[in-house]
Design a protein around this ligand. Structure first.
Ligand code: ADP
Ligand code: ZN
Ligand code: ZN
Length: 757
């Protein structure tokens, strides 16, 4: 074996290098190579062979690893992603590896010992001589005159459960200080000086929540036990099973049981979650059961943390549970026995930009099959595709139709907003009297309220009353939204910001009207209607600028916030006990997207948001405000009629040739000159029709937003029968792309594919 195929983290295919005689190189080793005449790069060996290429090859300059940093199934997985999602292997390499693994070749030779540094954390425990209750109550007597220390000690006991050893967990100094760092540090020091608490330091692997003693999973209810048995039965004959369980039916408890089963057999588990659903609440729930078997992989982690988790998995063949977001499908699993895809319908599982534009749920199914593992997809509102696969027998299907314990599904009430406006009952307000009444009652009973509007900012459109002028983004073909917090206009596509003019720049008129409404406007009106209530907002702006997502949720969980107003971020599997009212302010705005999934998605969002209500003993109520109360979809949301919605959607998808009956491959053209984009897309579409048939090609299509960040867009959509063989189609696409290179218009254009958009 004299040659190696090396992939670099660049949008390119592999390159062949010669392996010098004295060098030991394996698949998965990192190597330093020289590309063209330019500088050095680090890459990964994906194949060693002895097929001498017809040109002169360069030698590999150095091999960085004694042992490979990726495992054999991963190479196959990368190759599958690159071929299926029509991108370069280098794109996959770039997305898969923490960048710290592939140091910049310009810095070659790399300094010794760079890379791994252990991460030390200071923890707090009760000092040796204060361990028994008598001593502890004596301490509390002493602390009467030190209320801050008293409060801190209580906080420590609360977090650590030190008085209840079965439930105890380790508490870091940082965790104790979280509320206000400066003063709390001296308060803690005071308690240590008194000999009540003590510090200790230890190295903690990143991504791990320390726990002292783990607990067994909760016993399952009869319905959960039946579902558990049914899933196991399905896994005998199928690799994928869909768990369709209504909100709060106890799906998470079932996952926990299946994870425990798999770990007990010595295998590894991947628990995939949409980004935003990966909360402390869930991490704690899992770490209580799985202790140090649990590793968390979040996109907010630094590169060093990613490298550390990667290395830890690479070195272990032990059972392990990784809970992570989309990109954790790339981790070096040794023996994956189970993948759980929670909230499997979430569109954030699909990476939009940049390549690889992969769907992590589908990729996880391929990944599991490479390990001979099983996949459990879970949702209260499955994607139409997964549901179809389950109904047609490709996947198993297991259903949980009622909530866990005594909690009931919320009562749904529809309010006809148009009627109320016509009767002048609702004027200049976003709230129907019914919703106001429920909110008031909830506040009186010390219960909580969630208000949902899937639009951030104050108003999406501003318009001059006199001449109809609207501010638009200079870079994108959209109007600018008004944000009250900074009193400015913003583009939600490129982030462009400008101030709100005091007068219309077109006619000088002073009357600028706001149309539509977002979360900020709801917050403002709630402030007027319920001046005493504690409200908070959960949307992209709030998460970016004020407090992190976790803090907003933490305050809500602790009851500090009474009314939480937010966008779709609210819909992600949050489990709060005291929410009795959910308001969907404008159901109509969810329905009017020009996308074949619009109705499916509207149903999912509304049912998921509604599912936050009444998750314990008391039944919750959901108010759906709409100007089209007669729409069948609204009725289905209210009845929780998923199967009916799915049947209707499937009929439409079949009639209009959309997934799951057809597979879509979109080719996207982008460029600064609109004529070039139009010309290239036109020629491409025509040739594609010649090669694959008129019926299968749609376009060029003008997308709803025709220009983003100064790039004009056109799409050509290929609709293939689900049974069509893909490799011949890939060949056609590749050949066409090569042909197109000779076109002058193509010179300045970008072209990419989006498979299963
Ligand atoms: P889902 O994931 O279906 O929305 P969860 O698993 O979050 O539902 O369950 C809803 C609530 O019911 C949670 O607070 C959970 O702790 C509780 N729960 C569910 N199953 C059990 C069980 N077997 N024992 C105790 N509590 C349970
Ligand atoms: Zn004007
Ligand atoms: Zn813009």
């Amino acid at each position: 074996m004299n040659f190696a195929e090396v992939v670099l983290p660049l949008p390119l295919e592999t390159f062949t290098y010669r392996i010098p005689a004295e060098m030991k190189v394996e698949v998965g080793s990192r190597v330093v190579v020289n590309l063209g005449r330019s500088h050095f790069h680090t890459g990964i060996v994906v194949e060693v062979h002895d097929r001498k290429p017809p040109y002169k090859t360069k030698d590999i300059n150095a091999c960085l690893d004694k042992h490979p940093v990726i495992r054999p199934p991963q190479v196959r997985f990368w190759k599958w992603i690159a071929s299926y999602y029509l991108c370069k292997l280098g794109d996959v390499c770039h997305a898969a590896l923490p960048s710290g693994f592939l140091p910049d070749g310009r810095e070659w030779p790399f300094p010794e010992g760079s890379g791994y540094t252990p991460h030390y954390v200071t923890f707090v425990r009760i000092a040796e001589n204060c361990r028994d209750e008598a001593k502890l109550s004596a301490v509390f007597d002493q602390l009467r005159r030190a209320p801050k220390q008293e409060a801190m000690l209580l906080r420590f006991l609360d977090l650590s459960h030190a008085l209840n050893p079965a439930d105890a967990r380790e508490v870091s100094k940082k965790e104790l200080q979280e509320t206000d760092e400066a003063t709390s540090s001296s308060v803690l020091d005071g308690l240590v000086k008194r000999g009540v608490l003590a510090y200790y330091r230890k190295a903690v692997p990143r991504g791990i929540t320390p726990v002292c003693r783990t607990q067994p999973p909760h016993p399952l209810s009869d319905a959960q036990l039946a579902a558990h048995a049914a899933i196991i039965e399905n896994f005998r004959t199928r690799d994928v099973c869909l768990l369709h369980g209504v909100t709060s039916s106890g799906k998470t408890e079932l996952y926990i049981r299946l994870i425990a089963d798999t770990l007990a057999r010595g295998r590894q588990v991947l628990y995939l979650l949409p980004e935003i659903a990966l909360t402390t609440q869930l991490t704690e729930r899992l770490s209580k059961v799985f202790g140090e078997h649990l590793m968390v992989y979040h996109s907010k982690f630094s590169d060093a943390e990613r490298v550390e988790i990667w290395n830890r998995l690479l070195r272990t063949e032990e059972p392990a549970l990784v809970m992570g977001v989309r990109s954790s499908v790339f981790l070096p699993f040794h023996d994956l026995g189970l993948v759980v895809v929670d909230e499997e319908h979430e569109n954030t599982y699909k990476q939009q930009e940049p390549a690889p534009r992969y769907q992590a749920r589908n990729a996880a199914i391929v990944l599991a099959s490479l390990h001979g593992g099983k996949v459990l997809l879970g949702s209260a509102t499955p994607s139409i595709e997964s549901y179809f696969n389950a109904k047609t027998g490709k996947y198993g299907l297991v259903e949980l139709t009622s909530r866990y314990g005594d909690s009931r599904m919320p009562r749904m009430e529809v309010v006809d907003v148009r009627e109320l406006r016509r009767k002048k009952i609702m004027r200049d307000t976003l709230f129907s009297p019914l919703l106001v009444k429920y909110i008031r009652e909830a506040l009186e009973k010390d219960e909580q309220v969630i208000l949902f509007q899937n639009r951030r900012g104050f108003a999406p459109v501003v318009e001059c009353k006199a001449c109809g002028w609207t501010p638009r983004c200079p870079n994108c073909d959209v109007s600018l939204a008004y944000h009250r917090a900074h009193n400015r206009l913003e583009c939600h596509y490129c982030g462009h910001i400008e101030s709100l003019p005091s007068h219309c720049p077109s006619c000088g008129g002073a009357d600028l009207q706001m149309y539509g409404f977002g979360t900020e406007k709801i917050e403002e009106e709630i402030g007027r209607l319920f001046p005493g209530a504690h409200t908070d907002r959960l949307d992209l702006d709030a998460v970016r600028s004020r407090m992190a997502y976790e803090n907003i949720l933490g305050d809500f969980a602790q009851g500090k916030t009474q009314i939480l107003i937010g966008t779709q971020m609210l819909s992600k599997g949050l489990d709060f006990g005291k929410v009795s009212v959910v308001g969907i302010l404008n159901a109509d705005s969810l329905l009017n997207y020009p996308d074949f999934r619009a109705h499916e998605r509207a149903f999912q969002l509304m049912v998921q948001v509604a599912g936050r209500a009444g998750r314990r003993e008391r039944q919750g109520v959901v108010v759906v405000q709409t100007s089209q109360p007669g729409l069948p979809l609204i009725g289905m949301v209210c009845r929780g009629a998923y199967a009916e919605m799915a049947a209707l959607q499937l009929a439409e998808r079949k009639a209009f040739r959309y997934p799951p009956y057809y597979r879509l491959i979109t080719t996207v053209f982008r460029g600064r000159q609109e004529e070039d984009v139009v010309e290239a897309a036109g020629i491409y579409a025509a040739r594609l029709k010649e090669k694959l048939g008129e019926r299968r090609v749609l376009g060029p299509v003008v997308p709803p937003v025709t220009r983003i960040q100064n790039l004009y867009l056109r799409q050509v959509i290929l609709k293939l029968e689900a049974s069509a063989a893909l490799p011949p189609v890939w060949d056609v696409l590749a050949a066409l792309r090569r042909d197109l290179q000779s076109l002058p218009a193509m010179k300045s254009l970008l072209l990419h594919y989006d498979v299963d958009p």
